[in-house]
Design a protein around this ligand. Structure first.
Ligand code: ADP
Length: 321
């Protein structure tokens, strides 16, 4: 095993971010390209923080796919497991933060290359070498990527790799709300670590109160070692079998919340990859989550996902001192 490697699996795409916030997508005067895709964000986030990470997924053999591969390289993310599809295009997303505070998404997926990753294309040796295997649920939506997802997680689990899951609900991508709920919950119990948002708790429990510990406890399975709930500017909550609590977030001027959750995940996984015993000690876990909150906070100060992910030095200079 590579002692502290985190392998991230799933989509990598280009976000087109409006040059001005607060408008609907149709009214945006211009867009800037920003690399993104939740698992790829986490891989870059970990590398920026000085950790060891790899990305597994597929892009198109086009201008955007090459750009994304280059970004992984520049950021010292291992891209041996990345594949290029000659016949499909790289996924594109248009994302804006409207004046009502909601994010609006529009996707090019017809289908895009990320959804066409096949089981036979997986670098299973890379997955088995990892300390942590991190993934979302978008790769579960359609075949052939769904089978690749299932095979990759199984290889990781069988090799004793810690499984980290961020369901990262993107409702418009699923055929229906019910299929999204079922899809997300179908791989729920096998994860060791799960990160969800308050909205996702409400969605999964069909409207129950995400602030009620009893509601969150119902979502916890005996297999889970840690369940994290992110609460935007408020910070996060954590639940293990032994303890639970809240770690307050940091006050910053928010410009664009894209990627905050991924920066937070990178912040906590980069530390767990080095030392899983953090899960057993509440004080040390709280300290680690404070760092993760700081990673999330710094990310909302800049536009885009990957461009905004902080280095370890930046986290200490700007927030933790
Ligand atoms: P997601 O992107 O998954 O919805 P959140 O928006 O809750 O996740 O953000 C993840 C983490 O980033 C939060 O737990 C918090 O630590 C930090 N964060 C997010 N938004 C802000 C904000 N406006 N101010 C300070 N920290 C923030």
């Amino acid at each position: 095993k590579d002692s502290s490697l985190v392998v991230c699996f799933g989509e990598m795409l280009i976000d087109f971010v409006p040059t001005i916030n607060g408008l609907s997508l149709a009214d945006a005067p211009a867009f800037k390209k920003a690399p993104g895709g939740a698992p790829a964000n986490v891989a870059v986030g970990i590398a920026r923080l000085g950790g060891s990470s790899a990305f597994i997924g597929k892009v198109g053999e086009d201008e955007f796919g090459y750009m994304l591969a280059e970004i992984l390289k520049e950021n010292n993310v291992n891209s041996e497991g990345m594949r290029f599809d000659p016949g499909a295009r790289t996924a594109l997303a248009f994302v804006t933060l409207r004046s009502d505070g909601e994010r609006e998404f529009m996707f090019y997926r017809n289908p895009s290359a990320d959804m066409l990753l096949q089981e036979a294309e997986l670098d299973l040796d890379l997955i088995r070498k990892a300390k942590i295997f991190h993934y979302g649920s978008i790769s579960l939506i359609t075949e052939p990527c769904k089978s690749a997802h299932v095979a990759a997680t199984k290889a990781a689990k069988d090799a004793g790799v810690v499984l980290s899951y961020d369901p990262n609900l993107r409702l418009p991508l699923w055929p229906s709300a019910e299929s999204a709920r079922e899809g997300i919950l179908s791989i729920w119990d096998t994860a060791d670590i799960i990160k969800i948002s308050e909205e996702e708790i409400s969605f999964l429990t069909k409207g129950e109160d995400p602030y009620d510990d009893a509601v969150v406890r119902k979502l916890c399975h005996p297999n889970h070692k840690l369940l994290l709930v992110t609460e935007g500017a408020e910070g996060c909550r954590y639940y293990t079998k032994e303890f639970n609590g809240r770690v307050k977030g940091f006050k910053v001027d928010a410009v664009d919340t894209t990627g905050a959750g991924d920066a937070f995940v990178a912040g906590i996984l980069s530390q767990l990859a080095k030392d899983l015993s953090l899960l057993q000690n509440e004080d040390r876990l709280r300290e680690a989550l404070k760092f993760a909150n700081a990673c999330g906070a710094l990310t909302v100060k800049e536009r885009g996902a990957i461009p905004a992910l902080p280095t370890r030095e930046a986290v200490y200079d700007a927030i933790l001192h």
